[in-house]
Design a protein around this ligand. Structure first.
Ligand SMILES: C[S@@+](CC[C@H](N)C(=O)[O-])C[C@H]1O[C@@H](n2cnc3c(N)ncnc32)[C@H](O)[C@@H]1O
Length: 219
């Protein structure tokens, strides 16, 4: 008989990602502090476009998107890493968001949520580190309702052939030290997962940073 069960995440790669972010969690906000002035307008732009009242944020990290959550929506945030999530819990409390933000440990590649639970889903700087990004994006397609949106803010491999090759060369070192792959082909991965791309905004750095808005196809 043919085995048609859906692909499962690789536990070895997933644990390695979790360990890296656990190690980084005490210094993550300081480490990203300088970059954040650049990210601020991009986060504002993304959250101004999030449709619906019931939103999933995967890879919520230390909760850096929380100040940008629009009023009146409820957010479910998941993250692989306890140390990151504990910081997000504290931030939710500091920003008085506890009544409308639920946080859980969870893996984007294999979520417990039922099909079509959310109106939309958001991830910022996450699919560079999810071990199997296409599997994770397929899970977003499953848990967001047909016609809903997935909004991603991501860095990816440069379209410049020379810079792209440099990024390929440096990638193993960056993954080990920072947890993130710098040479992911995220636009292609979104397509491979079966999402319909509606908008790609090139945010700078020669095509490395992008805001991607994709639609869940109607069944
Ligand atoms: C670079 S941080 C980004 C955090 C936050 N989204 C931000 O914008 O600052 C990547 C986060 O993704 C989480 N992550 C990586 N793989 C994941 C997975 N498979 N499922 C859920 N979270 C994951 C990591 O634990 C980490 O908190």
């Amino acid at each position: 008989m043919v085995n048609v069960s859906s692909p499962k995440p690789d536990p070895f790669a997933t644990n390695a990602t979790r360990r890296r972010y656990q190690r980084l969690s005490p210094i993550y906000d300081v480490m990203e502090g300088l970059a954040e002035w650049r990210y601020h307008p991009w986060r504002t732009k993304l959250w101004s476009q999030v449709p619906g009242l019931c939103v999933l944020e995967v890879g919520v990290g230390t909760g850096k998107n929380m100040p940008f959550y629009p009023a009146g929506i409820s957010i479910t945030g998941i993250d692989l890493t306890l140390g990151m999530l504990q910081r997000a819990q504290k931030r939710a409390g500091d920003l008085l968001l506890r009544s409308r933000v639920e946080l859980h440990i969870g893996d984007a590649q294999q979520m417990d949520f039922p099909d079509g639970k959310f109106d939309s889903a958001v991830a910022t700087f996450v699919f560079c580190s999810v071990p199997d990004p296409v599997l994770g994006l397929r899970e977003l397609k499953r848990v967001v309702k047909p016609g809903g949106r997935v909004l991603l803010l991501e860095h990816m491999r440069s379209p410049n052939p020379f810079l792209g090759a440099v990024m390929d060369f440096l990638n193993p070192l960056i993954v080990r030290t920072m947890g993130a792959n710098i040479n992911r082909q995220t636009v292609e991965n979104v397509r491979k997962a079966g999402l319909e791309i509606e908008q790609i905004d090139d945010l700078g750095a020669g095509g490395i940073f992008k805001l991607i808005v994709a639609r869940i196809p109607s069944k």
